[in-house]
Design a protein around this ligand. Sequence first.
Ligand code: PSV
Ligand code: MN
Length: 433
Amino acid sequence: MATHFEIDDDFIAEQNKAAGAWVEEDYAHLGKQLSRRGRDIEELTAKAQAFRVAVPSWGVGTGGTRFARFPGVGEPRGIFEKLEDCATINKLVRSTPGVSLHIPWDKPEDPEALVEFARSRGLHFDAMNSNTFQDQVNQPHSYKYGSLTNPDAAVRRQAVEHNVECIELGRKLGSKAHTVWVGDGGNFAGQQHFRRALELYLDSMRDIYKALPSDWRLFIEHKFYEPAFYSTVINDWGVSYHCARELGPQAFCLVDLGHHAPNVNIEMIVARLIQFGKLAGFHFNDSKYGDDDLDAGSIKPFQLFLIFNELVDAELSKVENFDPAYMLDQSHNVTDPVESLMSSAVELSRAYVQAHLVDRDALTEAQERCDPLMALAALKQAFTTDVAPILARAREREGGAIDPVAAYRASGYRQRKAEERPAQKGAAASGIV
Ligand code: PSV
Ligand code: MN
């Protein structure tokens, strides 16, 4: 492969020199402020340095809606170029070495070459994702009326086999989890027999579960509507939880933040799944109306903080087998996807560090004393603390950029990629991702 432009470490160090003065000053000031609260800034910085979130391969291309897609310049044209962009994101933020693949979109001809390409760029493969919500060219059976729940056994078999193939490929790539999201459901009352469809789903999932290596986890992703607009088979966390229990100890419930009805208390769902030992992890994004797939923390940052408050609470109280998988799942329709993914990764680190700032003794005391005002005050004190100096220092210590977006823009990466990757004729004009 011809040499492609990459941002090198010296460039990042130079950019940091120019950006660094404020970090020194603000970090020292925040350190003093936190020590008055009995908190050690170094401990929090270490937490930020250790935080990880995976990026979705499909997030580095420009997204779209079902109305249109407006492609950006220099879009990746295949999985190797997608990995180049993922490596760039990680280079600048240093918290995203995991990449989640979607099959068949990312199906490699030579899995070993892909592993080597990723490894040499400091990346590894996170959860695998199957796709039985679209038909592929030359596919014998259509998913128009469902996949794992299709009334036709031959269609179900094809969908199961595809999932098994994803697991087999994931083994070669070093993945340890498989995520199943199905669009199965109905657009009309009466179209689907609710109980029968769920039975078929469980039967199909049992076959997929059997193919799981013993050290793998199976993630069930629920979503309340879309593409089906009347009913969806795996519509909420309750159904997901039932299925995870039916399937066995390796099955868990994955929470995509955009997959709930507006105003649903997602942080409470998270707490329930933690309590029941079935939280798989997350597809982080933000939304106002539905599965908007907007950037994490861009619409409801307090909700994101409250979710992390539950996660950090579980971490600190050492809940048994608590090991959630963090991933972004966003669609970037009007921004440069690399910039959006970097900013979102930073937003997650922010929520994580802020959640670590909660004075848990004060919170518990307020809860026990039935003092709601002070309980909220404990949360708000953490949420309103500007932890930007901690995040910048953490990135810098890991070799990343103090200001990732500024460094990215200064590097001219996108312009270079526009030259290296001329637009493809016939690139999808519309489509969700
Ligand atoms: C479905 O809306 C979803 O959230 C699932 O995770 C899919 O795999 C992904 O988006 C891409 O379409
Ligand atoms: Mn998702």
